[in-house]
Design a binder for this molecule. Structure first.
Ligand code: G3P
Ligand code: CA
Length: 314
């Protein structure tokens, strides 16, 4: 198996401790403690360029797998991400009528499967109205391209097994938790059963995110050791509230500025480390370079090859 090695990141990992020491230690770019925020333009540590020099290029996340080139959230999409050399894949988790967690973005099955042909008369074809066995019959690949005919909506367990087999890492999004009471605890149970909550996974291979602050807060309460992210762009003044229960703030790229990114970096997150920013969805080189220059830590993209080339050549 080929796994891309990011030279800048590898070098950063090797020299991070020394370099940060030279820069004055982690406290030089982190705030002095949870609850404090460096204001716009007043971050206490190095700016984006210096930070990039230390940490290397942003980490690239294959959004819904390599979804520009394969049907989103399928095993084919994560396999393709692996073949392209990407470790980190992002997915979306929802729940079937009979309580099985599945990997799909929309809360209806119509856009990415042939559900309307297979189950006519079941409008509006919501994920939560179908059993896992029914969803397993659906073709989740033909809408994207005939070469993917027969791809399935994977269960979360199937998905985890494939990510594990591929030696990849997972940015897991709990999608629309308000539709699925208790999905946080259930997701953690599936992760536990699949042996994704051991120390190695928790510290290196797994991040759980959601657009719902309540959801992220619940995950953090249930498993304080897990790295979590909130999807959104809170105003800088509110960031300390998020820092109490999460490690990352992951915003839509059109909503951010370098000052906002610096404000996030100026806080210590739930695990006492400088908070990070992974932005989405960036699919072109110019935007990738733009957010890289803002100092983001990660870029979530449907076209990971395009973004990786752009940020490597910065
Ligand atoms: O990972 C960020 C991104 O997935 C958030 O938006 O709608 O694609 O889930 P969405
Ligand atoms: Ca998502």
């Amino acid at each position: 198996m080929y796994v891309r090695v990011r030279p800048a990141a590898a070098a950063a990992a090797a020299f991070l401790g020394l370099t940060l020491t030279l820069l004055g230690g982690t406290a030089s770019y982190a705030a002095t403690g949870p609850g404090s925020v460096t204001g716009p333009g007043s971050a206490t540590g190095p700016g984006p360029a210096a930070r990039r020099a230390v940490l290397g290029s942003p980490v690239v996340y294959a959004h819904r797998g390599a979804s520009a080139y394969a049907p989103e959230n399928t095993l084919a999409a994560i396999d393709l991400a692996m073949r392209l050399g990407f470790e980190w894949v992002e997915n979306d988790v929802q729940r079937t009528r009979d309580g099985v967690l599945v990997v799909i973005h929309d809360d209806t099955l119509t856009r990415t499967t042939d559900v309307e042909q297979v189950f006519p008369g079941r409008s509006p074809w919501r994920v939560k109205d179908f059993t896992a066995a029914e969803i397993a019959r659906l073709d989740a690949g033909s809408w994207f391209g005939e070469e993917y005919a027969g791809a399935r909506v994977p269960s979360l367990r199937q998905y985890l097994n494939r990510v594990q087999r591929n030696q990849q890492k997972l940015l897991l999004e709990i999608k629309k938790p308000e539709l699925y009471p208790g999905i946080e605890e259930q997701t953690l149970k599936v992760l536990e059963d699949a042996r994704w909550l051991d120390e190695r996974h928790v510290t290196q291979r797994l991040v759980v995110q959601s657009f719902s602050a309540d959801c992220v807060r619940i995950v953090h309460r249930l498993r304080p050791d897990l790295v979590t992210a909130f999807l959104g762009t809170p105003v800088a003044a509110d960031l300390p509230l998020y820092a109490e229960f999460t490690d990352r703030i992951n915003p839509w790229h059109t909503t951010i500025t370098a000052d906002w990114v610096a404000a996030v970096h100026g806080l210590l997150g739930a695990h006492g480390k400088a908070m990070e920013v992974d932005t989405w969805i960036v699919d072109d080189a110019a935007t990738a370079r733009k957010v890289q220059d803002m100092g983001v830590d990660g870029i979530i993209t449907n076209a990971p090859d395009v973004v990786q080339e752009a940020v490597d050549g910065f």
